[in-house]
Design a protein around this ligand. Structure first.
Ligand code: SAM
Length: 287
């Protein structure tokens, strides 16, 4: 797989102005689009194949390419939800958990609390790595459970979880609005969600970062993983991901109250946070 964008027009969201209110059209799909993917189904398949291919070297590459800052981001995200994690009856779902580092950070933060923590991913190969790490002695905290599942169609009843997180996974969903709706569905009223993902820093830092992200990272990633494609997909997928204002609008539209975005490390990454409305008013009209 090489550089990957599906022609913008086929998936571009339509934002319409109606009575001065900006609304998001539900008639078009915005999501990840690896090369060759013409619809959300084939995009999803391509994403799964890509992560399955790089699973053996995923952890090593993550730490090398992020200079280990990724560990700090997972820890910081987990700390943000400490109050929920410490509740003994809390149910937590980490979506797109990959090899489990965000899930383990949540477990460590939960400490001895008996919160139930589940990591979910649709790549079997990534989950095998997560379970192997789970049984190694390096992880502290409660042992998470693992489930192979598609984030766009979760095998859980509605209103089941107190917290749903996702680290660097949400951006890979083939339909962001469907992903948000599914998170809202499985959250209890008043439950929270945290979506950690890459951003695009501005100014001089942004310019330098883009050189690294677009020129250096794909080459090193391809060299170490031995798989051409995924590490070119990464910067392209970040470029394609909606900017914070738009993501926040989409979150509100999906049913989150007062969502926020917190910049991590000069905006290289950031955490979207939202609470499911305790009461859901009837959906706003979309065109
Ligand atoms: C970049 S990795 C992130 C892994 C981990 N959360 C981390 O922080 O390292 C993205 C993960 O999302 C998973 N993924 C992408 N789309 C998915 C979907 N629709 N359902 C479940 N998992 C998905 C991929 O299989 C992959 O393991």
């Amino acid at each position: 797989m090489q550089e990957n964008i599906v022609p913008e027009k086929t998936v571009q969201e339509k934002i319409v102005r109606e009575n001065g209110v900006r609304e998001i059209s539900t008639s078009s799909v915005v999501g990840a689009a690896p090369e060759g993917a013409l619809d959300p189904h084939s995009a999803s398949q391509a994403v799964r194949e890509m992560f399955t291919l790089i699973a053996p070297r995923y952890d090593l590459l993550n730490h090398v390419l992020s200079f280990n800052i990724d560990r700090m981001w997972w820890r910081r995200t987990a700390r943000t939800f400490r109050n929920i994690l410490l509740r003994p009856d809390a149910r937590i779902l980490d979506l797109c958990c990959g090899t489990g580092d965000m899930t383990f950070a949540l477990s460590r933060q939960a400490g001895k609390s008996s919160a139930q923590i589940l990591g979910a991913d649709f790549s079997h190969a990534m989950l095998l790595r997560a379970t192997a790490k789970s049984s190694s002695s390096q992880q502290n905290g409660s042992t998470p459970g693992w489930i192979e599942a598609d984030a766009l169609s979760l095998p859980f009843p509605g209103a089941h979880f107190d917290l749903v997180t996702s680290a660097f996974g949400f951006r890979n969903l083939a339909d962001y609005d469907a992903g948000l709706r599914e998170i809202v569905r499985v959250l209890r009223p008043g439950g929270e969600s945290g979506i950690l993902d890459f951003g695009e820093p501005k100014g001089v830092v942004g310019a330098l970062y883009r050189i690294y992200f677009k020129q250096v990272l794909p080459r090193v990633g391809t060299l170490i993983s031995g798989v051409p494609g995924p590490y070119s997909y990464l910067p392209a997928s970040v470029e394609r991901f909606p900017p914070p204002e738009e993501m926040l609008r989409r979150m509100r539209h999906a049913g989150f109250s007062e969502p926020t975005w917190t910049r991590y490390t000069l905006g290289i990454a950031g955490l979207y946070r939202g609470k499911k409305l305790a009461y859901r008013p009837s959906p706003r009209r979309c065109s």
